[in-house]
Design a binder for this molecule. Structure first.
Ligand code: AMP
Length: 221
């Protein structure tokens, strides 16, 4: 099973992927890939950071090449694409790369949230610099302030979770990513889900929808 998680920044893509990882799906987050490159100060990291810290998208060619390389190296895994694709160009590149490798995209889960909730969630979000675990100052602080419960790494505010960057990311989402909803409706893949639900409820709703979809498609055989 391969699927895309689509939604505004702060819609809960990363949190629901933490649940999916328990099902042996490979979590492919372009944001996480870029953050690892930034931490290691690689050439790609420096390039990506010049876009990310302002809330802009890393150019399509760079992002598409990263995903293509991963798929070509491991075509037989089950992937959750988190934060990719983010533009029509990326969606077309993903389709071509998957078609070339004989891999099928099963669904696109579209998490729906309003802008106020995005701003509230992102401005209170904290992440572990080492393992990426997600916390928030409203109701999920690490046991020791600033220290990750899972790995002991430093818990920080992401540079792009500052208010100006959040607003820019919402603009970028509206202009460049939202058109993907129509694109995937036409492909018959979209599954709309209420992203304001808490993670466990959200995961259950998504799993129920995915299972219904699976049984529908097998009854059509
Ligand atoms: P995320 O963790 O998914 O919110 O991504 C953080 C930032 O990384 C985004 O605001 C973009 O600047 C960059 N980024 C992540 N995924 C992509 C992508 N598919 N295309 C271009 N830029 C991306």
């Amino acid at each position: 099973m391969n699927f895309v998680i689509l939604g505004k920044p702060g819609a809960g893509k990363g949190s629901i992927c933490e649940e999916f990882k328990k099902n042996n799906l490979i979590h492919l987050s372009t944001g996480d890939i870029f953050r690892r490159e930034i931490a290691s100060q690689s050439e790609l990291g420096l390039l990506a950071n010049s876009y990310i810290r302002k809330g802009n998208l890393v150019p399509d060619e760079v992002t598409n090449d990263i995903i293509k390389k991963i798929l070509v190296e491991n075509p037989n895994k089950d992937y959750i694409f988190d934060g990719y694709p983010r533009t029509i160009n990326q969606a077309q590149a993903l389709k071509k790369n998957m078609d070339d490798l004989g891999i099928e995209l099963d669904a696109v889960i579209n998490l729906i949230v309003d802008d106020d909730l995005v701003i509230e969630r992102l401005s209170s979000r904290r992440v572990c610099k080492e393992c990426g675990a997600i916390y928030n100052t409203r109701n999920h602080n690490p046991k020791v302030e600033g220290v990750c419960d899972k790995c002991g790494g430093e818990v920080i505010t992401r540079a792009d979770d500052k208010i100006e960057a959040i607003k820019e990311r919402l603009n970028v989402y509206n202009n460049q990513t939202a058109p993907l909803i129509d694109y995937y409706i036409k492909e018959g893949l979209i599954m709309n889900v209420d992203g304001s639900l808490d993670t466990i409820d959200l995961y259950q709703v998504v799993m129920k929808n995915l299972n219904e979809r699976k049984s529908l498609s097998s009854s059509n055989l």
